[in-house]
Write a protein that binds this ligand. Structure first.
Ligand SMILES: Cc1cc2nc3c(=O)[nH]c(=O)nc-3n(C[C@H](O)[C@H](O)[C@H](O)COP(=O)(O)OP(=O)(O)OC[C@H]3O[C@@H](n4cnc5c(N)ncnc54)[C@H](O)[C@@H]3O)c2cc1C
Length: 500
């Protein structure tokens, strides 16, 4: 047998392509109990999908064509009753403390039937991870507790993320690009807070959310160095909703315009700004990039799960059609060409799923989930009663030292190699799973002939929904560039990414 050191030497021999997968390491390092918890989540997702998604998805999509401004509050209320907006929040703030990676499996299940409904749930957690990426523990606790209260009193309290501006989409997702973008959302520092002016567009769940995590800039000439993250509540003076986009797919999940006119945000609702960054040894630009990565690395994995779900939905529709339809005197499923197409589609589902699972592992070992999924933290969270955590642990989160400590560990503490693994895998999953989703929709339509075009067969809906996946959370082109930057370019000093 090889010794441990020779194994390490052989594995690290090729500096141009080192072992960038995390699954093998994860088997030993992550708590086994996560598997059992994840199975329970999948079972819950199947029950929820059977009872609340399948019976209504097609009717809701049809209704959106007739009433494009309709807001699916009934579905959100149902999801809230099932506890879906708070189950994945930590127990200390009143949630169920379920491990966050398991959410991706939940989203795959729902997306396999209706991507809009999956997004009506998933995008709330985009808001949650954005809030948590500032590592402002006091504000995280305050807003999450409102979501939990919303579960208990039946009034959903959702969170959205507002980063995209009318003149800047891709540019706001990379610190290297943001200074070249047409940035206009300005946060002016005044006594006791900020005055916010500008607008955000295409904000998922905007009209349905109570809180909006808004990224703005103190200096519009140097946005990369002046990022400010603010929590803005629906109803705040100077904040209003603009139009709801008329889009090709995911029709039931509103994409909203948020408008800020001299909107005052008190210091209490500043998630992070230059003043709070002073305690850290990194530059404000480096911190901004790390915050963006802590948002996008988990959320792009979530979009990978959406992709796997839609790829599966299209595959399952094609399989059902092939197993009941006769062509040239025999069932389609018995034609060799159809068998090859179904095998290809099945493979696409599996690969899409594997890509987001690997992203989960990367985030669990090296990124945003690292602290919570270390064995001591996980078991502490599992076995200490919720009441105890809420009563004795939660008050500690209000203390500035909790925030300082969390920022030191997560923003300063993450190494460049860890950052590249998490960000690289997230982008890889995002673009591959969503491309595979579109591919499976194409193949299903091809196999099903005119039946595939019928609304009630669901495939044309999957197709319209899937196309949008290639655009949000960074276009697939941007994500390819990020994979080059994280996995390939780092070994080639002569390679320039984003052409700074
Ligand atoms: C359904 C939907 C929901 C959304 N939800 C949200 C949300 O909740 N919150 C939020 O903040 N935003 C949201 N967005 C916005 C989304 O993140 C942006 O659409 C996305 O980042 C792309 O930006 P853009 O549309 O402005 O495209 P652009 O940036 O204008 O890009 C246009 C084209 O140029 C390419 N391109 C741009 N820059 C480069 C570059 N440097 N190098 C190479 N190619 C480049 C792109 O790949 C693309 O092909 C949502 C969008 C959609 C469609």
């Amino acid at each position: 047998m090889l010794s441990d050191s020779s194994i390490e030497n052989l594995i690290n021999r090729n500096p141009k392509f080192d072992d960038i997968t995390s699954s093998l390491q994860a088997i030993a390092k992550l708590p086994k109990a996560i598997d059992k918890e994840t199975k329970k989540v999948i079972a819950l997702a199947r029950k929820f999908t059977d009872e609340e998604v399948k019976p209504h998805a097609i009717d809701l999509d049809r209704r959106m064509f007739e009433e494009p401004d309709y807001l699916p509050r009934d579905f959100v209320k149902k999801a809230n009753e099932w506890g879906l907006y708070s189950r994945w929040l930590p127990k200390a703030v009143g949630g169920e403390g379920i491990n966050l990676p398991s959410l991706t499996f939940f989203l795959e299940e729902v997306a396999s039937v209706c991507l809009s409904m999956a997004n009506l749930i998933g995008v709330h957690y985009l808001g949650v991870v954005s809030l948590s990426a500032s590592f402002n523990m006091r504000l995280f606790k305050k807003i999450c507790k409102e979501t939990v209260a919303g579960y208990r009193n039946g009034k959903p309290c959702l969170i959205s993320l507002a980063i995209t501006e009318p003149g800047a989409g891709t540019d706001v997702e990379e610190t290297e690009l943001v200074d070249k973008g047409n940035i206009a959302c300005h946060a002016e520092k005044v006594k006791d807070g900020y005055v916010l002016n500008g607008s955000k567009v295409f904000i998922s769940n905007g009209h349905l959310s109570t809180w909006h995590i808004v990224i703005a800039y103190g200096d519009l000439k140097r946005p990369s160095e002046s990022m400010v993250m603010l929590a803005v509540k629906t109803g705040a003076e100077g904040f209003s909703f603009g139009r709801q986009e008329r889009k090709m797919g995911q029709k039931a999940c509103p994409a909203s315009e948020l408008v800020f006119k001299d909107c005052f945000i008190p210091d209490e609702y500043v998630c992070i700004d230059a003043d709070q960054m002073k305690h850290l040894s990194l530059s404000s630009r480096e911190i901004a990039q790390r915050i963006v990565d802590h948002v996008l690395s988990p959320s792009r994995g979530g979009v990978g799960a959406f992709g796997a779900g839609v790829a599966r939905g299209a595959y399952e529709s094609a399989l059902e059609f092939a197993s009941e339809t006769k062509v040239a005197g025999k069932l389609l499923i018995n034609h060799e060409w159809a068998q090859c197409m179904l095998a290809e589609m099945c493979k696409n589902v599996m690969l899409a799923r594997l890509s987001y699972i690997e992203t989960n592992y990367a985030n669990s070992l090296h990124g945003s989930f690292k602290q919570l999924l270390s064995k001591p933290a996980y078991f502490f969270n599992q076995y200490v009663p919720k009441l105890f955590l809420e009563k004795f642990f939660a008050p500690l989160l209000d203390h500035p030292s909790s925030t300082n400590q969390a920022r030191k560990q997560n923003l300063e503490g993450q190494t460049v190699s860890e950052q590249q693994r998490t960000s690289g895998w997230a982008s890889l999953s995002k673009f591959s799973a969503t491309d595979l989703a579109v591919k499976n929709c194409h193949m299903a339509l091809e196999m099903m002939g005119q039946a595939g075009l019928r609304h009630d067969r669901r495939v044309e809906k999957h197709f319209r929904d899937a196309k949008l996946l290639q655009i949000y959370e960074g276009t697939n082109q941007l994500n390819r560039l990020n994979v080059f930057k994280c996995f390939i370019g780092r070994s080639f000093p002569q390679a320039v990414v984003f052409d700074e």
